[in-house]
Design a protein around this ligand. Structure first.
Ligand code: HEC
Length: 137
């Protein structure tokens, strides 16, 4: 009885979990710990260790003229091979937070495709005020 139950739980949950990781769930697991999804309040600002997702995407879309494919390609490369030379959107961010550590080995290209698609389609939220981009603490 005990064995049966365990077996059913394993059969039921493992494939389901692997198949349903969405871009949002992956973003929350692998990026949001540094790139907050929230609009940065003074409290968040004080402890931020990377640019918030909405400011990052606002800058990125401006830099790439809302070219989605170019933006996604840049992000997918940057996440596994960041460098000061490549960073084009937020030079002030590197000054404040330091260079992003490479996520090579902890995120797959397939996961990055889902994550960046989600980020592009979600941030910044409508009504976003670029003034919030002020990076000063
Ligand atoms: C350990 C913290 C950390 C994690 C985790 C992290 N980042 Fe970053 N990221 C940073 C920091 C710090 C910067 C700003 C400095 C820089 O551009 O290198 C940054 C900047 C970026 C930029 C902007 C580069 C530019 O030139 O404007 C992109 C795109 C990016 N991150 C994507 C991601 C994605 C996608 C993930 C998740 C798969 C992720 N990051 C996870 C810390 C992190």
């Amino acid at each position: 009885m005990k064995i049966n139950l365990l077996w059913i739980m394993m059969l039921g949950s493992v494939p389901l979990f692997a198949a349903t990781m969405s871009g949002q769930a992956l973003f929350e697991e692998k990026c949001a710990v540094c790139h907050t999804k929230e609009k940065p309040t003074p409290e968040i600002r004080a402890t931020m260790i990377a640019p918030p997702a909405m400011g990052l995407m606002f800058n990125l879309k401006k830099t790439f003229n809302n070219d989605k494919q170019a933006s996604l390609a840049f992000m997918q490369d940057y996440a596994v091979a960041p460098s000061a030379e490549k960073a084009k959107c937020m030079p002030q961010a590197i000054k404040r937070f330091g260079l992003m550590p490479s996520l090579k080995g902890s995120v797959t290209p397939e996961e990055l495709a889902l994550i960046t698609e989600y980020m592009y389609d979600t941030f910044p939220p409508s009504g976003f005020q670029p003034l919030q981009l002020n990076m000063k603490p």
